[in-house]
Design a protein around this ligand. Structure first.
Ligand code: PLP
Length: 363
């Protein structure tokens, strides 16, 4: 079967060994004699799957014991509401939000329904080409939390360093660079990520949350929005997205056993991103990158061509070379190559070669 190079932003390409493994066990997990799709979430087989998935994530990120790892539904988008309902509702002091791009904007909108927000930095006037420096942040003293988006998937801007929340709990939407590089989990009070960018398929959202945050959750939360209840029930209050969790297990197995951990992964990701940014930088303006150099994303590389006609030809010809899903998000246009963990170096080299050749023909 032919597989193209898929540069989709999400759901996105998965490691081939993961798909092969899923194919092998699709009809029956050998020890269970049934598919993961068919098994009870209370069975011993699924218990092992969810526990292994959690253990893998803990190992990859070196997560301390005072954090819980949850597998929730509703996407990262539900987290925008769930976290603000839990930690901002009823507060007179605003939560600090860094407005770094389209996803941060959505997070702020949802938080605004729950309580006051402060835009700690606004990237919109510059069209979201960078993240702020620490001394540009205007943080509120006593803020219930500070919220950041580690990688803006649509604009292709990424924090190279974790910001200092100056004592406030730091909450991070890590959807599009989750498990792409080592982080110090202790810098964060909570991390959340929809799996379908870098960690698996759609349907499950991973939440890493510190115990003291769980204690702050109000008592009257609807059960499905209650972090504390979800933690107590080990994400099994109701039926979890079991197959999606299984795929996250396979992806994290792959990261641990085939890639060799996040230090290795980040080196590969750096190498892949450098290939594309070098072509942009050496194109004498034929390709113009969206993000400023110090805020460039290693996950989503965004750029433009001299005009829309050429852009359309670029996309058509790329597709003819099996380079798919390179069209930028409808809200910003341009080109976007999403090169998450699972995109191979070979795939990025194919795109690089295509870009060089395209410029020769059309510059
Ligand atoms: C994709 C994405 C989301 C939204 O995820 P859903 O699972 O579709 O709700 C939120 N934040 C970031 C950074 C994303 O990339």
């Amino acid at each position: 079967m032919k597989r193209v190079y898929n540069f989709s932003a999400g759901p996105a390409t998965l490691p081939l060994p993961v798909l092969e493994q899923a194919q092998q066990t699709f009809l029956a997990l050998p020890e269970a004699g049934m598919s993961v799709l068919e098994m009870s979430h209370r069975s011993s087989w699924f218990t092992e799957i969810i526990e292994t998935t959690e253990a893998n994530i803990r190992k990859l990120y070196n997560i301390p014991g005072n954090y819980k790892v949850l597998f929730l539904q509703g996407g990262a988008s539900l987290q925008f509401s769930m976290l603000s309902a839990s930690f901002l509702r009823g507060s007179n002091t605003p939560a600090d939000y860094v407005l770094s791009g389209s996803w941060a904007n959505k997070a702020i909108k949802e938080a605004g329904k729950e309580g006051p927000t402060n835009i700690a930095w606004d990237g919109k006037p510059d069209n979201f080409v960078r993240v702020p420096k620490q001394d540009e942040l205007s943080l509120t003293s006593g803020s219930p939390y500070m919220h950041v988006t580690s990688n803006e998937t649509i604009q292709g801007v990424q924090w190279a360093q974790t910001p200092d929340a100056q004592g406030a709990p730091l909450i991070c939407d890590m959807s599009s660079d989750f498990l792409s590089r080592p982080i110090n989990v202790e810098d964060y009070a909570m991390i959340y990520a929809g799996a379908q960018k870098n960690a698996g398929g759609s349907g499950v959202t991973v939440v890493i949350i510190r115990d003291d945050m769980l204690e702050k959750v109000p008592d009257n939360m609807p059960s499905m929005l209650d972090y504390r209840l979800m933690a107590e029930k080990k994400s099994l209050y109701n039926t979890p997205p079991s197959y999606a969790i299984y795929i996250v297990m396979l992806v994290t197995d792959w990261l641990l056993n085939q890639i060799g951990g996040l230090q290795k992964m980040t080196q590969i990701n750096q190498e892949k991103a450098n290939l594309l940014y070098s072509v942009i930088d050496q194109s004498e303006g034929f390709y113009s990158g969206h993000a400023q150099e110090d805020s460039r994303s290693l996950m989503n590389v965004t750029w433009r061509l001299p005009n829309d006609d050429l852009q359309a030809i670029f996309l058509d010809q790329a597709k003819a070379c099996d380079l798919y899903e390179l069209k930028g998000h409808r809200s910003v246009g341009g080109i976007r190559a999403s090169i998450y963990n699972a995109m191979t170096l070979k795939g990025v080299e194919a795109l690089r070669d295509f870009m060089v050749e395209f410029q020769k023909q059309h510059a």
